[in-house]
Design a protein around this ligand. Structure first.
Ligand SMILES: NC(=O)c1ccc[n+]([C@@H]2O[C@H](COP(=O)([O-])OP(=O)(O)OC[C@H]3O[C@@H](n4cnc5c(N)ncnc54)[C@H](OP(=O)(O)O)[C@@H]3O)[C@@H](O)[C@H]2O)c1
Length: 232
């Protein structure tokens, strides 16, 4: 299952997993974009389920959870990719904007991990991949709410990885810098397009995480643009 599968990173991850034969559950708010992703997946001869859900709304998340539980016997991969950002100084950040970032970026992945543990435990090897951000590790001015939500997602993931250490489920976090999607053009219009990471590069890393069979476990991946400072 991939959240935020209607465009950007989520759509490319969906296509990459479909190319390897994965049956997919695609979710986001905008049905037309999800159907467009489903059409791409169709091209690989792969079945996909489109479920419209607003991850800011717990009732709507519950509809999604019920759909998953009643349509699939096991879940192998949960990619918590859906995300929203907010740009503005602290004085320009309303409490509602803070709450929205926290709800979509941190609370929704928490609820989905909690409620989908049972189908994930039925998998031979279950994977939870949480898409945080470079702002889950450091802080940028004018991104207090977004930064706090990604730190929260990363923290939740660390605790859950420890909690599930002896289970069949691995929890991974990916922290990308600027990726060429609609989101980055809103938040960082200053970055030249040809310097941005491609969504395909994030999808390749996810493929590695979900296919690697050895004893090594990669807890967290930090991915930066070639032109940015090393380590961040
Ligand atoms: N692009 C970057 O530079 C970058 C860097 C680091 C991390 N990230 C993270 O990567 C993830 C994907 O970002 P992206 O760049 O691909 O962004 P994007 O192009 O804006 O796509 C975001 C996806 O999330 C969905 N979404 C947003 N709000 C939602 C809600 N309330 N309920 C359900 N789905 C919702 C959107 O669909 P609807 O609007 O239709 O709901 C869309 O499918 C995000 O978590 C983002 O924070 C991005």
């Amino acid at each position: 299952m991939i959240t935020g599968a209607g465009r950007g990173i989520g759509r490319v991850v969906a296509e990459t997993l479909a190319a390897e034969g994965a049956e997919l559950i695609l979710t986001a708010r905008t049905e037309s974009q999800l159907l467009e992703t489903a059409k791409i997946i169709d091209g690989y001869g792969i079945k996909s389920h489109v479920v419209v859900s607003d991850l800011a709304d717990e009732q709507s998340i519950n509809v999604l959870i019920e759909y998953v539980k009643s349509h699939v016997s096991q879940l192998d991969i949960l990619v918590n990719n859906a995300g929203v950002t907010h740009s503005g100084s602290i004085n320009e950040t309303a409490t509602a904007s803070w709450d929205h970032c926290m709800a979509v970026n941190a609370r929704a992945p928490f609820i989905l991990c909690r409620e989908l543990l049972t189908p994930l435990k039925k998998s031979k090897a279950g994977y939870i991949i949480n898409i945080a951000s470079v702002v889950g590790v450091k802080g940028y001015a004018k991104q207090t709410a977004y930064t706090a939500s990604k730190h929260a997602l990363r923290g939740m993931s660390m605790a859950l990885a420890e909690e599930l250490r002896d289970s069949n489920i691995r929890v991974h976090v990916i922290c990308p810098g600027g990726v060429e999607t609609e989101m980055v053009t809103q938040v960082r219009p200053d970055i030249p397009t040809d310097e941005l990471i491609q969504p395909e590069e994030i999808a390749e890393l996810i493929m590695y995480l979900v296919t690697h069979q050895g004893n090594a476990v990669v807890d967290e991946l930090h991915i930066r643009r070639k032109s940015s400072n090393p380590w961040f």
